[in-house]
Design a protein around this ligand. Sequence first.
Ligand code: MBD
Ligand code: FE
Length: 291
Amino acid sequence: MSDTSFDAEVTAKAAESGANASARFRERMATGSARPGVVDTMRVDHLASKVIRALNDIVIEDRVSYEEYNALKAWLIKVGEDGEWPLFLDVWLEHSVETVANAHREGSKGTIEGPYYIEDAPDLPWNGTIPMRDDEPGTPLVFTGQARAVDGTPLPGAKIELWHADDLGFYSQFAPGLPEWNLRGTWTANEDGRYEIHTLRPAAYQIPIDGACGQLIAAAGWHAWRPAHLHFKVSAPGYQLITTQLYFPGDPHNDDDIASAVKPELILDPKPDPAGEGVVVDYDFVLDLES
Ligand code: MBD
Ligand code: FE
């Protein structure tokens, strides 16, 4: 991108996403479904001691200098100031938490939620169109499939929540200037457990690079890209909710996602839409029974 006014706008919008992610997370912890319980003292002792020991081992082994120690201190302060703890943790740690949490599942693969989920996106019929602007840029995508149990039982009334970035890589309610529920919706599967979701094919995505996380990425010579992705939460009464993401074949970042959240089972197989200019893709969500 060589147009500097465009770059400036993109950078300014990215800056707000981090701060908003922290505010939304705090709200959800106070009131929402992701609210944590109290972690047992022995467990805190065990985990915190291990983390501190691991950091000390690195300092000794790699002979960390005062200069490096102070650079770390300054950077950690900036992560908080920029509101980027949700971004940092979801990009570099959540994938391992997800691996542990979902190891027992037999149904569809899950992957990380990331920092940009909002509860209670607008309700749509089983074949509804996602809320979008009149001139929303992007290729039409029709996403069909069936929600079912591991034993094949269809799940009528299953809820399919979808959220994704716009063509410039921005999420509504995090980046400024977008309609409130842009590219977010909740579909209810029909009497056969089927859904037909009308949306747009998302573009490749760069995490915000103007804050502390971007500073780390630049300082380490890494890249900030995630492959194009659709985020989902799928649920039905009596079944375990699944949080996942789906990807597109041929994306150069499927193999080096900065958030380590791609799995081979999550790569879609889209086909040209025989009825239009866009693409169609079929993907079933298979849910595990509640344990
Ligand atoms: C995203 O859109 C995302 O999905 C993750 C995991 C991290 C940062 C931005
Ligand atoms: Fe995302």
